[in-house]
Design a protein around this ligand. Structure first.
Ligand SMILES: CC(C)(COP(=O)(O)OP(=O)(O)OC[C@H]1O[C@@H](n2cnc3c(N)ncnc32)[C@H](O)[C@@H]1OP(=O)(O)O)[C@@H](O)C(=O)NCCC(=O)NCCS
Length: 132
């Protein structure tokens, strides 16, 4: 399975599901959007807030199209977000583990992040963090 990360603007998101997700999710002036390409098909969305380096990198949204889940696309996007953070000099990444689909619960989402090195944030309620 050949996965590639591509930086995009909202207009360049061809997948209707992913475009809708990015629209609902919103953006700040710090937000950058990326898609995961699987054989040139857009199968995942990654939205990251690159605030000033004194703040952590914030993973704002990670979303994989339903039919492509459980194949490592989410893990790929998370690893890519962390690699971008490291490359740009951030020392940690934070995120709010909030299920975006009704068929996923928060407990399993928190478990998914924990398995990938995240822990509950020491001082911000309901957030998780990982040192880069
Ligand atoms: C959470 C989410 C991003 C995970 O994406 P995903 O692509 O299913 O994630 P992965 O495939 O990397 O991991 C899912 C499971 O599949 C397994 N897996 C990974 N690669 C695999 C492969 N090649 N074959 C079979 N299973 C695989 C993983 O081991 C993992 O199980 P684990 O957590 O027990 O390790 C996805 O479920 C999603 O988009 N949810 C809706 C949006 C949402 O709520 N986002 C969170 C916002 S905070």
């Amino acid at each position: 399975m050949q996965l590639v990360l591509q930086k995009v603007t909202q207009k360049e998101i061809r997948s209707e599901v992913l475009r809708e997700r990015s629209r609902i999710g919103g953006a700040t002036k710090f937000t950058e959007l990326f898609v995961a390409l699987l054989d040139s098909e857009q199968v995942g969305l990654l939205s990251i807030d690159f605030r000033p380096k004194s703040e952590p990198l914030e993973l704002y949204e990670i979303f994989v199209t339903r039919e492509c889940r459980q194949h490592g696309v989410g893990s790929f996007l998370l690893e890519q977000a962390e690699a971008l953070g490291r490359a740009r000099g951030y020392s940690s990444v934070i995120l709010k583990p909030h299920p975006l689909d009704t068929d996923q619960d928060k407990t399993s989402l928190v478990r998914w992040y924990r398995k990938r090195g995240y822990a509950m944030h020491k001082s911000i309620d309901d957030m998780m963090e990982k040192m880069l």
